[in-house]
Ligand binder design. Structure first.
Ligand code: FAE
Length: 544
């Protein structure tokens, strides 16, 4: 269903190469020696006055940081997570999914896996409380998975880099010129992210994609179209992993707790290029807690520095002439709703905190026949999807997901993206001072109904059944969590058509909270492209 940008492939394999020359090549910038994205000594101190402050270092934040620094503007990024550039005692920066340790989760004492059960028995394990890379943030009716660290969601995600169908994009964001997006900003985003395509011939032969070929063949035999999905994981590196000539990452069950190799995360692309300008400072392990107009002009941004146990180390207030909210759909919405309720930004529009959706996410698994093996070795980066978006009765784009446990399980797993129209809003609790999200599990029913159309038929034609033991005892649908939080500060509703917050000159929203709850495909390419569009306008009209 998605729109293919021109195929490209890059033979960049090593981490340091990815960090430097690939970023330079991809971005077409003339880069000097690369500074680290989180330069030592650049940490903000209490009382600082800065030009541009970006809250969060995911896609929206990284695009903003690069384009501001390239425009000659010194930029400070504040990120609550860690810099993830120092190996642990095992010599690795990240742990894998088979042996999660304290590096896996954000301030939890046990893991909180998306597939939390096996044979109906809880599969989570105890871990040390630490500022780990994946947060499973719990609201009253949904768990929302998010990346924590310099690079945001790029550190933990599956790298699937999918452009939405143009007609659907036009429907979802009618105030945005689609021609400019599809001619200029999507290509710009894909190039800078380092999106590449799998070699179809290699895919057909690789043992690590046996699971995807089986699901593809079954889908095709059931009358469904399948399609390759581009990724920011370097597929040439993966081929060398399969050949055992480089250290394994996608083939070593690494993904949601980070990849030690192969993935072009934002710290190696956008943020590395921003650092190379010499105008970027990244302050990690600082949680922004408040933004309000400063008496001397600009905005007072208050933050808490935290240790790796989550303990407060220092409280700082910095004055910033301009503040860019890039804390993600959840982080930005929570901050703005809290600031509006507390009177710090009381004039914000009522649309702030509204229109949140989970991109119609629902997960499901099928049990295969004993002769239909999925493989003990599974690439953790998905490379194919089932495209049933044209089914007016229930559009579905289902990514064929790996289940990389290292043993044969005969399980076919899917993350379905549907057109669920249900929405929720963020609410401030005056008693606790916390912000909750009103989403309830029952709101996933339209997503389940759409996915059921596809997987019931697949099961009927293949004589297979659903697995009922992975998302809870006797539970078919993974419907109590999402990977794709979107909305809460929707473009042209809560902000103007470029992400400016009305009534507060110098405040901008630049992340996934701008997207109205659903985009029909995995969202980071759209978030990146929209950020490219908006920051170009903001630099031209507000900052020149
Ligand atoms: P995000 O990348 O979440 O960045 C926000 C940053 O702000 C984070 O680093 C936060 O730690 C930081 N932050 C938040 N609050 C504060 C605060 N108060 N103070 C300081 N810092 C703060 O936002 N999408 C795809 O397109 N393809 C995929 O294959 C895919 N797979 C995924 C797999 C997993 C497990 C997960 C969790 C997500 C996946 N996604 C995927 C979703 C994608 O990562 C997500 O849409 C983007 O990361 C959102 O980008 P933003 O810039 O909005």
């Amino acid at each position: 269903m998605y729109h293919h940008p021109a195929p490209r492939s890059r033979a960049v394999s090593r981490r340091n190469l990815l960090k430097g020359s690939a970023a330079a090549a991809v971005l077409g910038a003339s880069l000097g020696p690369l500074a680290r994205a989180s330069a030592a000594g650049a940490t903000l101190v209490d009382g600082d006055h800065v030009n541009a402050l970006v809250i969060g270092s995911g896609y929206g934040g990284a695009v903003t940081a690069l384009r501001l620094t390239q425009a000659g503007i010194t930029t400070n990024v504040v990120e609550m997570g860690m810099a993830w550039n120092t190996p642990g005692p095992d010599g690795k920066i990240f742990c894998n999914m088979l042996r999660p340790d304290q590096r896996s989760y954000w301030l939890r004492t046990s893991t909180d896996q998306p597939l939390g059960y096996f044979l109906g028995i809880p599969a989570n394990k105890a871990i040390g409380k630490y500022t780990g890379v994946l947060d499973s943030e719990r609201f009253s009716g949904v768990r929302v998975y998010q990346g924590r660290g310099v690079g945001g969601g790029s550190l933990v995600n599956g790298g699937m880099a999918v452009q939405p169908l143009r007609s659907y994009f036009e429907e979802v964001l009618p105030s945005v010129d689609p021609k400019a997006m599809y001619d200029t900003y999507f290509p710009r985003a894909n190039a800078a992210l380092g999106v590449n395509y799998i070699d179809p011939a290699w895919f057909e032969a690789a043992e690590c994609y046996r699971y995807a070929r089986l699901s593809r063949n079954q889908a095709n035999a059931s009358g469904y179209r399948t399609t390759f999905v581009p990724n920011v994981y370097d597929f040439t590196y993966m081929a060398r992993e399969q050949a055992d000539t480089v250290p394994r990452s996608a083939l070593a069950s690494e993904v949601i707790y980070g990849n030690n190799h192969g993935k072009r995360t934002l710290d190696k692309t956008y943020l590395a290029a921003a650092a190379a300008t010499g105008r970027l400072s990244v302050t990690s392990q600082h949680v922004v807690t408040a933004v309000k107009p400063a008496p001397a002009g600009g905005y007072a941004v208050t933050m808490t520095q935290i240790g790796t146990g989550g303990d407060p180390v220092a409280r700082k207030t910095v004055r910033a002439d301009r503040v860019f909210f890039a804390a993600g759909s959840i982080g930005t919405s929570k901050l703005l709703v809290a600031m509006k309720a507390a009177g710090a930004l009381s004039g914000l529009p009522d649309a702030v905190g509204q229109g949140w959706g989970n991109n119609g996410n629902v997960m499901v698994a099928r049990a295969n026949h004993i002769w239909d093996t999925t493989g003990a070795l599974q690439a953790s980066m998905p490379a194919m999807g089932i495209d049933n978006w044209s089914d007016a009765a229930g559009p579905v784009f289902a990514e064929i997901a790996p289940f990389p446990t290292g043993v044969e399980l005969w399980v076919s797993l899917y993350l379905a993206i549907t057109r669920n129209p249900q929405r929720a809003r963020f609410v401030f609790d005056t008693g606790t001072g916390a912000v909750d999200l009103t989403w309830q599990t029952a709101q996933n029913q339209p997503a389940i109904d759409a996915a059921k159309r596809v997987f019931d038929r697949l099961n009927a034609t293949q004589f297979t059944v659903y697995r009922r033991d992975l998302f809870g005892p006797n539970k078919i649908w993974g419907d109590d969590f999402t990977y794709h939080p979107l909305g809460g500060c929707i473009l042209n509703q809560a902000t103007d058509n470029w992400g400016r917050l009305p009534g507060f000159p110098g405040l901008y929203v630049v992340d996934g909270s701008l997207l109205p709850g659903n985009i029909g495909v995995n969202p980071f390419v759209t978030i990146t492209a929209l950020a490219e569009r908006n920051i170009e306008k903001i630099i031209t009209t507000d900052l020149s």
